[in-house]
Ligand binder design. Structure first.
Ligand SMILES: *[C@@H]1O[C@H](CO)[C@@H](O)[C@H](O)[C@H]1NC(C)=O
Ligand SMILES: *[C@@H]1O[C@H](CO)[C@@H](O)[C@H](O)[C@H]1NC(C)=O
Length: 244
């Protein structure tokens, strides 16, 4: 299986001469494929007009040239013990230290998702009902959102978005479940994420959500107020009209 390399660009020197159109670049990359950073390689590339003519590879331990100019400098630089030692020391001193810093300050950090389960569509006639489970503002991106029905995992009628980037390091994801309601059943959304010790279970509460309850309360109050006022008005009218 091909290794998946992570690249950390630690230094980029770019010189573009707009008058002549020349383009010079030196790029130092730290490549590694495992979290323990044991296979860290430092690659130092020298590039002229987008062609890499000279490269230092810390595994090889010397410079290699790819054209006449490159070969000349490869010999010259490879002879420079202090330069080679310095570059080899960079594998630990620069590459591993920078990667450790990135992991401890960014990549190993986790932020718990805020999870909401809501109804998108009520069942009507032959059409099934639909629930949506949304997870917001989590980091890192990797997450698993699944459904269970009376404790059993649901395997069909689920559609999910990708993890959507919010553009501020956080992500969101939305999973939809189509189902035919049965009375007394319990439907839950199960979220697995690096910020949780164990999968978190969010039960679907089929009672009216708060905003709907508020609408009902406001509507009922309005109705009561209307009845009271019209009764008061009617009594007032009756009294007035019964006076001689
Ligand atoms: C660095 O050198 C090693 C050993 O020759 C090689 O396996 C590896 O592919 C080289 N890396 C790059 C990026 O050229
Ligand atoms: C590299 O070093 C060897 C031995 O010290 C010397 O003979 C050779 O000329 C050097 N090459 C360059 C390109 O400086």
């Amino acid at each position: 299986m091909a290794k998946l390399w992570s690249v950390l660009v630690v230094e980029l020197f770019l010189h573009i001469d707009t008058m002549s159109g020349y383009y010079y670049e030196r790029r130092s990359q730290c490549l590694y494929s495992s979290r323990d950073l044991n296979d860290m390689v430092l690659i130092d590339s020298y590039i002229f007009n987008k062609i890499e003519y000279l490269q230092f590879n810390s595994t090889v331990g010397k410079f290699v040239g790819y054209n006449e100019h490159g070969i000349y400098y490869a010999e010259k630089y490879s002879n420079d013990t202090a330069l080679i030692q310095g570059l080899l020391a960079g594998v630990d001193g620069v590459c591993k230290q920078s990667a450790d810093f990135c992991y401890s300050h960014i990549m190993d950090k986790t932020v718990e998702p805020r999870v909401k389960v809501m109804s998108v569509k009520q069942a009507s006639g032959n059409h099934p009902a639909m629930l949506m489970c949304s997870a917001y503002n989590f980091y890192p991106k990797a997450i698993k959102v699944s459904w269970s029905r009376d404790g059993e995992p649901v395997t069909s009628d689920i559609t999910s978005t990708e993890e959507l980037a919010d553009g501020d390091w956080y992500h969101q994801i939305h999973s939809h479940l189509e189902y035919t309601p049965k009375s007394g059943e319990k439907i839950s959304c199960v979220v697995e994420h690096a910020s949780f010790q164990k999968p978190m279970v969010y039960d679907w509460d089929p009672s009216l959500p708060e905003s709907e309850r508020n609408k009902v309360v406001i509507g009922a109050s309005g109705l009561v107020l209307g009845i009271v006022l019209s009764a008061a008005g009617f009594i007032y009218y009756k009294r007035k009209s019964s006076r001689p």
